[in-house]
Design a protein around this ligand. Structure first.
Ligand SMILES: [Zn+2]
Length: 297
């Protein structure tokens, strides 16, 4: 089993007053600083990972996420970083190379996206979708719904459910450990699970220091609770990000910092050794899970 835990906008920054992770208690495994030793809990291997992918300019979400979810170096192939939602060229790359598609075609099933979609998504069928939505659609997977969430079979991107409640959904708040229990069960029931967390990038753009500290603490606690519940003898967990942002609140832009990729589980060393840039994440996952599929058959 393997979980890819994606965090939007988390880089490896310098210490100092602009970095909400500096001096923050309870920030493991998220607090990493430039020019310092990269270590973390549960023997996780931390890889300083290049999100710029050889292309000038600030790394952005659409191109970075498409790269993470396909293994195609999208900025190099297209010649630019792109923010927001994938354009036609990126959607084509996702349709052809989505990690979900690569795994199912290699016989690694079931695979799933753990996040919850609200009814509004199905009603409005938005023209612009995230890289993840396109990657899920490319493999013809089901989206998890609010009904699934109520049955403890889905997690919202804000795992506390607060945003859902504010939007009028009749769901209960979840503590980080409740949300971790739900996600850990989804992970145990699938060969590959993706979970995505976006609020870090939003807060980075808003340059809200207090919100950053509170959010990073809660997110770190959620991840620790998750790692306590996942069987790391049987499961690899990979945490990564598409670009830096929240680790430097002196600017409202994304940063040029490296991002932390953290790998836990028995195969952490082999997986980590394959990863240099965001383009290496999908190939490392596919190699790990297909090797296992071959060994089991
Ligand atoms: Zn952003």
């Amino acid at each position: 089993m393997l979980l890819l835990f994606f965090i939007d906008g988390l880089g490896i920054g310098s210490r100092g007053p602009a970095n909400p992770l500096d001096g923050l208690s309870g920030a493991e495994p998220l607090a990493h600083f430039r020019d310092e030793e990269l270590t973390t809990i549960h023997d996780g291997v931390v890889v300083s990972t290049d999100p710029t992918l050889g292309v000038e300019g600030r790394p952005q979400s659409a191109s970075g996420q498409t790269t993470i979810l396909t293994g195609v170096n999208v900025p190099t192939r297209l010649g630019y970083h792109k923010q927001g939602f994938p354009n036609a060229a990126m959607l084509e790359i996702l349709r052809e190379h989505s990690i979900f598609l690569q795994l199912t075609q290699a016989g690694v099933t079931p695979v799933t996206f753990a996040n919850t979609y609200t009814q509004r998504f199905f009603d409005e069928r938005p023209r612009w979708v995230s890289a993840t939505t396109a990657a899920v659609q490319a493999a013809g997977l089901q989206f998890r719904t609010v009904a699934d969430l109520k049955d403890d079979r889905a997690v919202y991107q804000d795992f506390s459910n607060r945003f859902l409640i504010e939007r009028g959904e009749e769901v209960s708040m979840r503590t980080p450990d409740q949300a971790a229990a739900v996600l850990a069960r989804i992970v145990s029931e699938n060969r590959f699970t993706l979970y995505e967390y976006f609020i870090t990038d939003k807060i980075g753009h808003a340059q809200d220091f207090d919100a950053a500290r509170t959010t990073l603490q809660a997110l770190a606690y959620f991840i620790r609770e998750l790692l306590n519940r996942v069987d790391l003898d049987q499961t690899s967990v990979i945490l990564t990000s598409d670009h830096g942002n929240i680790e430097d609140l002196s600017s409202r832009n994304h940063t040029l910092n490296q991002v932390p990729t953290i790998v836990w589980g028995e195969q952490r060393t082999q997986i980590a050794s394959r990863i240099r840039s965001l383009a290496d994440i999908t190939p490392a996952i596919v190699a790990t899970l297909t090797k296992k599929a071959a060994a089991n058959s």
